[in-house]
Design a binder for this molecule. Sequence first.
Ligand code: PRP
Ligand code: MN
Ligand code: MG
Length: 181
Amino acid sequence: AAEIADQLTDVLVTEEQIQAKLVELAERVEADYAGKELILVGVLKGAVMVMADFARALKRDITMDWMAVSSYGASTKSSGVVQIRKDLDADLHGKHVLIVEDIIDSGLTLSWLLENFQSRGAESLEVLALLRKPEAAKVEIDCRYVGFDIPNDFVVGYGLDYAEKYRNLRDVAILAPHVYS
Ligand code: PRP
Ligand code: MN
Ligand code: MG
């Protein structure tokens, strides 16, 4: 369990690529939300790293809130059943809301969240996702800010876990099949 390198196959997105992409996305968000108040909503736990780095790439004031949902548990497949573990503190009514996610896989989590947030009366609602797996989509998500489209491998690191591990890796890497099969 100790040798992380033996549990990964390839690095898919490096730390440097992630940081450069977040700066690029931050510039787009700054332009798109000029003169508007913006609240970033991070989806715990996977979005912790992207929220921390994206928020610091922004050269403007924002507020931050967090929602904890989970659909995967200790599995490599989405159950499609989304559980709220922690709700937002903020009232979204009249706010410009940008949901910050680590990955869009099947799309089920965000599809559920978008519907849930729409009913809270936000002034605008958009999504930023560092990663997206087009081949895994079960529902189409309208995501304005996408970092990287990636193949349909099981990836970990930079917030993404398998059974709660590997979130602390600095890169996004492919988990070796022997770890989960
Ligand atoms: C992961 C990931 C996304 C979601 C994407 O979260 O962080 O939130 O799955 O998958 P989907 O598009 O198929 O719904 P998970 O449920 O594993 O919880 P976690 O963030 O705490 O790891
Ligand atoms: Mn998540
Ligand atoms: Mg997870």
